[in-house]
Design a protein around this ligand. Structure first.
Ligand code: SAM
Ligand code: SF4
Length: 350
């Protein structure tokens, strides 16, 4: 920022972005807010939701676009510059492109991303890009249409593949493909997934399954798949392609992933090892749930409810106080998995 920029921002927007950052008890500074825009989803991935019987939240429990933007503005005022829209499935929220545009216009937000299952991306990639979305993560766990039916249990693989092509054509960059590796279901495909990076400028990210309570009940409990460590996934990829070359990660790759490249590949491989190599120490995320709770940890510490405060005329200072309260209860590392409270990624916002 130039020397006059803070003054200009103060006059124009009433705050200097990042002038008063949120730092927790262990010195972690929060610069990233993940915003869950809905608990709804049009898939039922075996590791996330039961096939039947999901209870969706009443509409008025969910934050409005205006309420979300008010929280994002407060976050930007304390140094958050990166926002990820997620869910549930963000693209089933009607007029998601309008919300994307509203968030993109918040002063101080310089990095706007979205995580989606891709099923509605063929129609929405261009509206999202025009609204100001830059980067996108698309979840895809298999390239086999039959296995897709077994894992996602709704919709078709072809829709997601079309969505990925639409994201590429819309110029979204980087595009990251998220694969949750599930032993006995899709783990035989990890090298095929890695091969996508040979000639495409994509990131393929291998995610270790996390036994969240909801997921344990609907998947592990019924013995559908087993846990696969990223160490094993790396070995399987190396067995086909040779040694993985570690990459220095620039700003766009910063985050929990360890990043590698196959020899002469156009794209990159990322490994997110929340189970075998937890990354709590460098976690810089706050979360806003669809029902308006601030959380500083996906798994632990609880949420600070702010919806009523927002609806009763709460101020920016009140929202920032809730961020600080949430940061204050962020544990140094999350509880062991046996004591994680019941919730699924879709409910908290993955
Ligand atoms: N519906 C969108 C999607 O699937 O991309 C966004 C929300 S989803 C909860 C975000 C990410 O969390 C997805 O990449 C999904 O694969 C991952 N996820 C969900 N449950 C998980 C679990 N139990 N363990 C690891 N990853 C999980
Ligand atoms: Fe829906 Fe995403 Fe959960 Fe799959 S992982 S059920 S797409 S929220």
């Amino acid at each position: 920022m130039s020397s006059v920029a803070p003054l200009v921002s103060l006059l124009r927007h009433g705050f200097i972005p990042g002038s008063d950052r949120i730092v927790d008890r262990y010195g972690r500074t929060f610069t990233y807010l993940r915003v869950s825009v809905t608990d709804l989803c049009n898939l039922r991935c075996v590791y996330c939701m039961p096939d039947e019987g999901m209870k969706w939240l009443p509409r008025d429990e969910i934050l409005s676009f205006e309420e979300i933007v008010t929280v994002v503005e407060a976050a930007a005022a304390v140094g958050v510059y990166k926002i990820r829209l997620t869910g549930g499935e963000p693209l089933v929220r009607s007029d998601i492109a309008a919300l994307t545009g509203m968030v993109a216009r918040v002063p101080g937000i310089t990095d706007l991303a979205l995580t989606t299952n891709g099923t509605r991306l063929a129609e929405l990639a261009i509206p999202l890009a025009l609204a100001g979305l830059k980067r996108i993560n698309i979840s895809l766990d298999t390239m086999d249409p039959t296995k897709f039916k077994a894992i996602a249990r709704r919709h078709e693989l072809s829709e997601v593949l079309e969505g990925i092509r639409a994201a590429q054509n819309a110029g979204l960059n980087p595009i990251k493909i998220n694969m949750v590796v599930l032993g006995g279901l899709n783990d035989a495909e990890v090298a095929d997934f890695a091969s996508m990076t040979l000639d495409q400028d994509l990131d393929v990210r291998f995610i270790e399954y996390m036994p969240l309570e909801e997921a344990k009940g609907c998947a592990m409990g019924s013995g559908n798949f087993s846990f696969v460590s990223n160490e094993l996934t790396k070995q399987r990829i190396a067995a086909r392609f040779g040694t993985l070359e570690p990459l220095e990660t620039g700003d766009t790759m910063k985050g929990p992933a360890e990043v590698f490249r196959l020899k002469n590949a156009a794209g990159r491989l990322g490994f997110i090892s929340a189970m075998s190599a937890p990354f709590c120490q460098k976690c810089d995320r706050l979360r806003l749930t669809a029902t308006g709770e601030i959380r500083s940890c996906l798994l632990d510490g609880g949420g600070i409810p702010i919806k009523q405060m927002l609806r009763n005329g709460g101020t920016r200072a009140d929202i920032i106080a809730a961020f600080r309260e949430s940061a204050d209860i962020k544990p140094e590392v999350h509880k062991d998995w046996a004591n994680i409270p019941a919730a699924s990624m879709s409910q908290i916002g993955g």
